[in-house]
Design a protein around this ligand. Structure first.
Ligand SMILES: *Cc1c(COP(=O)(O)O)cnc(C)c1O
Length: 350
């Protein structure tokens, strides 16, 4: 016997984005600006009540989100970040060995981790030549053991969004007892009119879950709030397995304030979108291949040269995110930081 369940030995370790003093950080898809002033005021006020437990039911924030999406509040589950909701989704669908969770690869690095924490098995389907989900191949890979499918759109780390027509075809092909999770962490940056938006498909597909987060466009990654939109059955199950009091009172207050100032906060995404196009064009001009991106990052499919590129940038105080032997993800930031990245990238030779 061992003290700790032996399968944890084989768990992939999460590699956090590095922080180096004096360097610019383009490794974690955060926004460089601090939270909105109204959010800062709200969290300061909430901090003064930090001697009290938070609202266990996250009632007010859930109600605001339900209004925003025109859904019954019972269909909204708030979590301490959407990563935690990913873990809860595995918990509510998988009982253990034999149950499978399917996703594209490469995709969000948390998917294999939460799958294995849940004791389930990982099944992956490779991205296509354009670094996009191959949803027809994913539908064909669903078996009677498949309990859950993660679809990340836009895909972290490669950038492309799934198209509405291909996603609708996918939903039609997947059995209704398999939960399909559309992870829309970067939805606010999507400009392609053909890209899928999950909310519109929820009512017709009770096995669909849409995940959203306050971590990216709302600039609140450190506050830890995300949410799931789902059927009453699925959202109720998610609330049952939620870590007790997981969403702090500070996080709840910050998210409520962010929704109250949603339009001003999200207006800032337009600048990121135009910088994204400039960064992608600049990198292509320096000879890099850059797949189409609908998120706040670009992907450089450098293969074996990924580590060398990340080291080259790191030596010049630009921290990017390598994924061994696949490529490097670079977060789009302010014009000044992006200029530095373009300059550093243009001197890369290998
Ligand atoms: C950043 C990100 C999230 C957000 O995670 P939080 O836990 O809400 O901070 C979720 N999914 C993907 C694919 C991401 O890249």
């Amino acid at each position: 016997m061992t003290l700790i369940r032996p399968d944890l030995d084989t768990l992939p370790a999460y590699v956090p984005g590095r922080t180096v003093p004096g360097a610019i950080k383009l490794a974690s898809n955060e926004v460089a600006a601090p939270p909105a002033p109204a959010v800062l005021e709200a969290i300061a006020r909430a901090a003064a009540g930090g001697n009290r437990y938070p609202d266990l039911g996250v009632v007010e924030l859930t109600g605001r989100l339900a209004d925003l999406y025109a859904l019954d509040p019972e269909r909204v589950a708030v979590g301490c970040g959407s990563v935690t909701l990913c873990q809860q989704l595995v918990q509510v669908t998988c009982l253990g060995p034999g149950d499978e969770v399917l996703f594209a690869w490469r995709s969000f690095e948390a998917y294999p981790i939460v799958t294995r924490i849940g004791g389930a098995e990982v099944r992956t389907v490779g991205l296509d030549a354009d670094h996009r989900h191959d949803l027809d191949a994913m539908a064909a890979a669903v078996t009677e053991r498949t309990r859950l499918v993660f679809v990340c759109s836009p895909n972290n780390p490669t950038g492309p969004a799934v198209h509405r027509d291909e996603f609708v075809r996918f939903l039609a092909a997947v059995p209704s007892d398999v939960l399909v999770v559309l992870d829309e962490a970067y939805a606010e940056y999507v400009t392609d009119p053909d890209a899928v938006s999950g909310r519109a498909l929820l009512d017709e597909h009770p096995n669909l879950v849409v995940l959203r987060t306050f971590s990216k466009a709302y600039r609140m990654a450190g506050l830890r709030v995300g949410y799931a939109l789902a059927s009453v059955e699925v959202a109720t199950a998610l609330r049952k397995v939620a870590p007790p009091f997981g969403v702090s009172s500070v996080a709840q207050a910050g998210a409520i304030a962010a929704l109250e100032h949603r339009e001003e906060i999200l207006a800032d995404c337009a600048a990121v979108v135009s910088e994204r196009d400039r960064v992608a064009a600049g990198l292509r001009g320096s000879g890099f291949t850059v797949p189409q991106t609908q998120a706040n990052f670009v992907w450089l499919p450098l293969g074996d040269r990924a580590a060398a590129f990340a080291a080259h940038c790191g030596e010049r105080k630009v921290i990017v995110r390598p994924f061994a032997t696949d490529g490097v993800r670079v977060t789009v930031s302010t014009p000044e930081e992006n200029d530095l990245l373009l300059d550093v990238a243009s001197s890369f030779r290998s």
